[in-house]
Ligand binder design. Sequence first.
Ligand code: SF4
Length: 315
Amino acid sequence: MLEEEQPADRELLQALVALPQEDVDDLLRLANEVRERACGNGVAVEVLYNAKKGGCSEDCHFCSQSARFATDVEAEPLSSIDGFLEAARDAHRRGAGEFCMVVAVRGPSRSLLERVAAATKLIKQELPLKVAVSLGILREEQMPVLVEAGVDKVNHNLETSRRYFPYVCTTHTFDERWETCARVKRFGLELCCGGIIGMGETTEDRVEFLLTLQELEPQEVPINFLNPRPGTPFADRSLVEPIEALRFVAMARLALPNALIRFAGGREITLQGLQDLGMLSGASGLVLGDYLTTRGRGDRDDFAMLERLGFEVMA
Ligand code: SF4
């Protein structure tokens, strides 16, 4: 497989998901080699900005920002343009090369979209940041607004396999998510599309999820591990075993050899002291600092780790 530089196919992914745990080390080493060939030592560092917190109409069972669940997240209105700009300046000061503005909505209203577009233009004028947005389901006529504003990348996660998605969310469908992802690509924007491991899916679901991502060919695949949030339907789920988390990152690298595979939410609580190994299992990017509703570890720890492992932060 390494010689041919071919993405892992169904047969190989099924073999890898069943690989005995004592052989997973070899898989991690292989994924790290593939990552080095595809990405060199570059690493993409991104800061997230939760620009409209909570109060979401949807019922994604992992999410403490849904208005349907009694969680500790208090809804906040959409950020002002100054708020967006200040957050972007802060991301740049902290050493990130990417800044992602996230809003907790099913999809953007016209006024929300216009404010995000206006903020994007100002950020692009002032700062050398790659700008991403995560705005939920996007309609065809909304795409030109993002393109014209200079948005580089749109995040929209499929979250899990098509089969398991209805157990995760009942207020919108997998196909609606797929259509938004396809739309992002059609309009020539970079697509960031990944999901969450540990929501109760089977190992076969994990394979199916990767095969679906292969079809979609996103430029970036963020991998989250469920951090069960009190008050959500998934509050009682167990954490993913560290070895299974690492196995999935490695499988993602082999399935999508040239993608930016980004370590995202839940990596601290799931991998604990194995953060270094995580970065050596095929990942080529990480989220710096806090996530949308949970804390990350300090910037200093992550930059020290990247330096120790020989990664170079990409501008
Ligand atoms: S994941 Fe997004 S769409 Fe789903 S409930 Fe949370 S904020 Fe809403």
